[in-house]
Design a protein around this ligand. Sequence first.
Ligand code: UDP
Ligand code: MG
Length: 311
Amino acid sequence: MKKISIVIPSFNEEDNIVSVYESLQNHLGHLPYEIEALYIDDGSSDRTLTKMRELAGMHENVSYVSFTRNFGKEAALIAGLHHADGDAVVIIDADLQHPSEVILELIEGYEEGYDQVIAKRNREGDSKFRSGMATMYYKFINRMVDVKLEDGVGDFRLLSRRALDALLSLSEANRFSKGLFSWIGFPAKTVYYENVQRQEGETKWSFSSLLNYGVDGMISFNNRPLRVCLYTGLVVMLLALVYIGITFVQIVRMGIEVPGYFTTISAILFLGGVQLLSLGVLGEYIGRIYYETKRRPHYLVQESNTKRRDA
Ligand code: UDP
Ligand code: MG
């Protein structure tokens, strides 16, 4: 019998742990597959880990891995992929926003031979602001990066063993999963589902964490942002040269007129802005090199009932 591991990153999800398992059992329990629920406790401060232990004590097909602290969802994801030993892996959120009935369709796609089956949601019920920002962001970012990123597509997907191993072979410390999923390629299929609101607890995404995530996406995949700085700098420099030339000719022909307070200040401010922007972008890349060279593990495990323990 083939085994499918369901990876569930969970951070402070005490009220959802059991309901996720029940929902999986209800929808997938009858299938001719061995289904494993693999919970990752991302350093929760509530009773999430206790719930996982209890559940694992009651059911054989429940595994969990618990981190020493909160390492972030990306880390929880990789831990899940490391520890999953199924023939295919499905990634879902703990908050029941990824309906179990959609997993049936993901598995169908897997049986048709696809290595990635992606679940795509609409943005029904999201705030206008958030969905508007998202639309703009994806338009922009798809010009900037080499891989294709799609709105409404997240981590909710199925990966075959092949695709999973490919993903795990990428060793970078800064992970932007959305891009990596797309980067590995393989035959992929998309299934569609209706957006669902979170059942219990609160979203862990603040505006600033979304913003940071957005910047990560832009910087992770190539050096086009560096190019943008370079060209902006070049254009500004040429404009400045033209301006200096014109002013010089005027001074030679007519002498110094009004003291150029306005022009001086605007040139300083503008150039200062361009410089800061460029420095910021440079800094981002250097920072990334710094993190990569440290070669730290993505996460540390403090407790687990699975066999694999490597980070
Ligand atoms: N999550 C996590 N670590 C974190 C933040 C979130 O493992 O540091 C998990 C969280 O428990 C949930 C999933 O990632 O299962 C998605 O988080 P959330 O629902 O807050 O995001 P949203 O659905 O609002 O995008
Ligand atoms: Mg959610």
